[in-house]
Design a binder for this molecule. Sequence first.
Ligand code: CIR
Length: 256
Amino acid sequence: MFTNVIVRRPSKSLVDGITSAPELGKPDYELALKQHDDYIAALKECGVEVTVLPALEEFPDSCFVEDTAVITRKGAIIDNPGAGTRNGEAKAMEPTIREFFDDDRIAYIEAPGTLEGGDVMMVGDHFFVGRSARTNEEGIRQFIEILEGWGLTGSEVPLEYVLHLKTGVNYIEDNNMLVSGEFIEKSDFAEYNKIVIPEDEAYAANCIWVNGTVIVPEGYPTVLEKIQEAGYKTITVDTSEYRKLDGGLSCLSLRF
Ligand code: CIR
């Protein structure tokens, strides 16, 4: 169960965030704010305490807080984001992490290692880590070493097409995993009950489980139905403006 969630308000500079899909257009800041409000409301409905951090204009992608840290039940790992324009976001998150964790429960990914939290998927005490354009071999090595020091485990999953691991695969507890594209056949996930996401709804592979409820992006009816058929209560939240920057539901929060 999660008790806390950290989010950061989107900045006006959001319109200049990194994107692989400029054809979707620039995000509408006012609409992004409204969607962020709805996201916070959905999280609160799941029974968590939400810490809302102020916008950081100097970092256009800083609302995607998931990439700045990985929080485990043993401690927090401050990331070293691989995207140059995002690197300083991890430092900006550190004081907030310190409000929740003592020094001996905080570790760091250090250069030349890079790691972004979007590449980390927690499955109980095991953490799958995507090797991506943002998360490198050395970052993964440091990450797994830290986990093992805390009695946890990790394993690497090389990515071919997507930005982050959780762009395409997400664990929704109870042995159920949402899998799309390159992850459908990966042997790493063979032991889980796979809920296969159709190609035309691939964006909705990025859902989040929060205390028994699955928050699903609005506008993906097949995925919504499959998750409900699996027995979950669901809440939908429109994330259209974040999608324009390759961001989804998981990217917008740290849950612990
Ligand atoms: C980026 O390219 O870094 C942002 N525009 C999107 C980050 C998405 N974060 C995530 O998947 N965890």
